[in-house]
Structures are given as structure tokens and as C-alpha cells.
Write a protein that binds this ligand. Structure first.
Ligand SMILES: [Zn+2]
Length: 445
């Protein structure tokens, strides 16, 4: 593909300003960027001497942006517990036991899973993130790394702001800008006021972003209000971290004043519907946030809470939950959900000028989904075109056939090209067994 690659004959979902869908469309990738987008007939004639990928019966769209995830190895092993019991009983002991090598195995596994499901860009909050940078570099994924920083006494097994700063200095904008590092804080109950203030200053100094958990449970939101007199988003505001650089995960329980603060400050939200359902947190007021103009992207959260990193599965829950909560079938259309999983996620990361839609000049982060399957049939053209609906409501990550990041092919007919998927799986299996062994002494009785 020296001279470029023409992906031709598929239905192209551009996710441009007008959500243009090109039936029998084509996308030209050249030097890592999208060099042309249009009708297949026109592009086939115009570019006679480039390599071709026949995408008939398939859908071509921007790569999915997972706006909140945690790499990890404890999938399916700490189930059916309320969020704070689950955190203190199983998750914090896991953090105590985690080592650099185990974190590397976890990141490799989760980044491979992400690519296999059509995710091209992640905002990952995890530990030992120089090794996550290594994993993302190797696999070819676009990643923004957000280390779990905690500074409350007795929790020194987490990351520190000093370590976070070193990681920013060493790895931010590395791998040709594909890997970035943000400042990140675990949670209001894990971090002091000073940590938030300092993170805000550092993010400004290094011109990078901030990621932290907004509230999931109503009990915690009420507890913080009772203790401080302020609702969680008001606390974030007091501590100086709200603004266009910041992405808050969850934000399930918001007062009207908090939603207005998010809108006024340009703060983005990572909506994680499956995690919020599974941990019985509730349903975030996504429709209200969108109506106020808040940028809302979609995240899977980690494998320990979801339990999958399948963004196409996640995508289905977004409109369904808002429709049921508001008893309004028009609450969030499929097109809006697709925008949230692509261009809006990119915007939250400050990357919307580079990725998130199929437009000339943008980086070629795109995926191909094979619709020649019983559960994605029929493919209808014209005024009843059903490509976006079938993608949002019927497709899953296993239907993704090809993945490109910056024009580099990472997945071809479901084969991972940049790493050995089976070796990754075996390494993760071994690492998980080791992690359970190391964690056992820390599990409270
Ligand atoms: Zn989380």
C-alpha cells in the first residue's frame, strides 16, 4: 500500500457534520491519512493504480473511541456487589498486588481485545502505565494514558502525581503522537483537594488533559454533599479541574446545577452504561447533558466491571436506556449514539480535528464491519437505508473485519497483524493466575 489503499464498494458512514452516508462508497488511505472519500464509481476511476480492499457487503466507519476503560485481569471474578464494597474487597487488594509485568500483560490483552472489537482509540486509566505505553506502541492502538493517582494516607500502592508527571515528560506525544499522557485522579474519596489543584496546574503547564471518576452512586454523591456541603461536580469546580481539558467518567447522579457547570466550563463526560447497570449505579442523564451542549462520549469501563470492552455492544445500551428512562423513543437516535462513540469521544480527547470522522485530511483511523451475516441482514439502500441502525442495534465487535490506525492495518479479516493474539491470551492467563496468588493475602476476611 505504498501508493495508497482504496477501500471500495462498502457503505461509508462518514460521521461528518451532516452524518453523510455514502452507499457504494470508497475511502482512499494515503500516507496515514484519509486522502479522498466519495462514490466508489468516481474513486475507482480516479485511482486506478492503488491497492484495493473490496468492501462490498460491509460498512466503513471511523474507529470507535473508548472514552473510559481500565486495563485489567480480573474479569468476571468480583461480581454482584455494590460499587464501594466491590472496590474495597477486591479492587484495592488487586492494586496492592499488581506488578509492572502483570500490568503489561493486562494492557496487551485489553488493547488486543479493543482492536478486535473495532476500537482504535482509548482513554485508559491503569497502573505502571509506561508498560501500557509499550503495549499500545507494539499493538498500534491510539491511546491516552491516565494513571490511577491516589494521595490519601494508607493508599501509597497507587500511582503518584510525581510519577504521572515523569510519564508525561517521557511518553506524552510519543509514537508519532499516537500515545499521549494525561493527569488522572482516582476519585474524590481517594484524593485530597491539593491533588486536584496540583493536577490542574500540571495539566496547564504540560498542555495536556485530566481524567477522573465522577460520581456513580447516589449514596456517595449524598455523602459528599453531607460532608462538604457541595455536590461532586461543584467540588471539582472548587478544586479547579473543570474545563475543556477534563473528562469525567460516569456522572450518573447530577443536580441541575452540576449539569450547568459542566456545560458552562466545557467539561466532557464519559458515559459508561453497562458498568452503571451492572454495579447498580443507575442511569446517567445523557439526554439532558446533550441538550445542554455537553460533549458526552462512551466508555466501557474496565473488564472487572463490564465485563467486556466491546464498544459496539456498549453502543446499543446508550439509546435504549435513555428511551426507557424518559419513555421517549426519540430520546437518542442511533445516529447520535454513533457520533458519541466516534467524533464526540474524539472531541472530549481534544482529537476531533485529527480523528473521529471520515473526512479528507484526517488521520486514517477507521474500521470495516462485515454485514454479510444473518443478524445484519437485510442491507437496504435508498430511503430505508438501515446501516446505522443495524450497526448500533444489531452488530457486535466480532463483526469487525478490518481496523486501521493512522493508516496502519492492525486487523485484517479478524487476524491481528501487529502482535500474536494467542500468545497474548496465554500470557494474560498466566499473569491473572499470578495476580490472584499475590492478591490473596490482601483480601479482607
Ligand atoms: Zn472507571
Amino acid at each position: 500500500m505504498e501508493n495508497g489503499l482504496l477501500i471500495t464498494g462498502g457503505t461509508v458512514l462518514t460521521v461528518n457534520e451532516s452524518n453523510e452516508v455514502i452507499e457504494n462508497g470508497a475511502v482512499l488511505i494515503e500516507k496515514g491519512r484519509i486522502a479522498d472519500v466519495g462514490e466508489a464509481s468516481a474513486l475507482n476511476a480516479k485511482y486506478a493504480n492503488v491497492e484495493r480492499l473490496d468492501a462490498s457487503g460491509r460498512v466503513v466507519l471511523p474507529g470507535l473511541v473508548n472514552l473510559h476503560m481500565h486495563s485489567g485481569l480480573i474479569r468476571g471474578t468480583a461480581e454482584d456487589l455494590p460499587v464501594f464494597e466491590w472496590l474495597t474487597k477486591y479492587v484495592d487488594p488487586k492494586h496492592r498486588a499488581l506488578t509492572e509485568e502483570l500490568a503489561y500483560a493486562a494492557a496487551r490483552l485489553c488493547y488486543a481485545e479493543s482492536i478486535l472489537g473495532g476500537t482504535t482509540c482509548v482513554l485508559d486509566m491503569y497502573r505502571f502505565m509506561h508498560r501500557c505505553a509499550d503495549a499500545a506502541e507494539r499493538l498500534g492502538l491510539r491511546a491516552t494514558l491516565a494513571p490511577y493517582v491516589v494521595d490519601k494516607p494508607g493508599m501509597d500502592y497507587f500511582e503518584t502525581l510525581d510519577g504521572n508527571t515523569r510519564l508525561v515528560e517521557e511518553r506524552n506525544r510519543s509514537a508519532n503522537g499516537r500515545i499521549r499522557v494525561w493527569f488522572a485522579l482516582e476519585h474524590l474519596t481517594y484524593c485530597t483537594e491539593g491533588a486536584y489543584r496540583r493536577a490542574a496546574e500540571l495539566a496547564e503547564k504540560y498542555d495536556t488533559g485530566i481524567h477522573t471518576h465522577g460520581e456513580e452512586s447516589i449514596e456517595m454523591a449524598r455523602r459528599l454533599k453531607a460532608e462538604t456541603g457541595r455536590w461532586p461536580v461543584e467540588l471539582f469546580h472548587d478544586r479547579g479541574i473543570l474545563g475543556p481539558r477534563t473528562v469525567l467518567a460516569h456522572c450518573v447522579w447530577l443536580q441541575e446545577s452540576e449539569m450547568e457547570l459542566l456545560a458552562k466550563t466545557g467539561t466532557s463526560v464519559a458515559h459508561c452504561p453497562v458498568s452503571n447497570l451492572k454495579l447498580a449505579s443507575g442511569i446517567a442523564p445523557v439526554k439532558e447533558l446533550l441538550d445542554l451542549g455537553v460533549t458526552v462520549g462512551i466508555g466501557t469501563d474496565g473488564v472487572k466491571e463490564n465485563n467486556s470492552l466491546d464498544m459496539l455492544e456498549e453502543l446499543k445500551f446508550v439509546p435504549l436506556l435513555q428511551k426507557a428512562r424518559l419513555l421517549d423513543a426519540t430520546a437518542i437516535p442511533a445516529e447520535t449514539a454513533l457520533r458519541m462513540a466516534t467524533i464526540d469521544g474524539a472531541k472530549a480527547l481534544g482529537l476531533d480535528r485529527e480523528i473521529g470522522s471520515l473526512e479528507i485530511g484526517k488521520k486514517a483511523d477507521l474500521i470495516v464491519v462485515d454485514f454479510r451475516k444473518p443478524h445484519l441482514t437485510p442491507i437496504i439502500r435508498g430511503k430505508y437505508n438501515n446501516a446505522v441502525s443495524n450497526l448500533v442495534y444489531a452488530a457486535s465487535g466480532a463483526d469487525v473485519s478490518h481496523v486501521f490506525v493512522g493508516g496502519v492495518p492492525l486487523l485484517k479479516e479478524r487476524r491481528l497483524l501487529t502482535d500474536d493474539a494467542e500468545a497474548i491470551r496465554l500470557e494474560a492467563q498466566e499473569a491473572a493466575e499470578k495476580l490472584f496468588e499475590l492478591r490473596e493475602p490482601y483480601i479482607p476476611v
